[in-house]
Design a protein. Structure first.
Length: 84
């Protein structure tokens, strides 16, 4: 999932590389279609994350992955299951 979001999905804003640090454009939201798609995705994921049943399903899916042998991931799943 992280690779899908990080490497393959549109982003809500352009990358904040050094050449943009002093750019006036960095102070305003972009209206480019790719960034609007990224913002829509971010909003949907946020809304899903607010739903307790959705979090429980997500935690169950993550718990079924072989990576659950990692202590940090087990801790995250437990946290997801306990958030109201």
């Amino acid at each position: 999932m992280w690779r899908w979001i990080g490497d393959h999905q549109d982003k809500a804003t352009p990358s904040f590389r050094i050449h943009r640090w002093t750019s006036e454009d960095a102070n305003r939201p972009t209206r480019e279609e790719e960034h609007l798609r990224g913002l829509r995705l971010a909003t949907r994921l946020f809304d899903h994350g607010r739903d307790r049943e959705e979090r429980k399903r997500f935690a169950a899916d993550v718990a079924a992955q072989p990576e659950m042998s990692e202590a940090w991931l087990r801790a995250r799943v437990l946290r997801l299951r306990s958030v109201r």
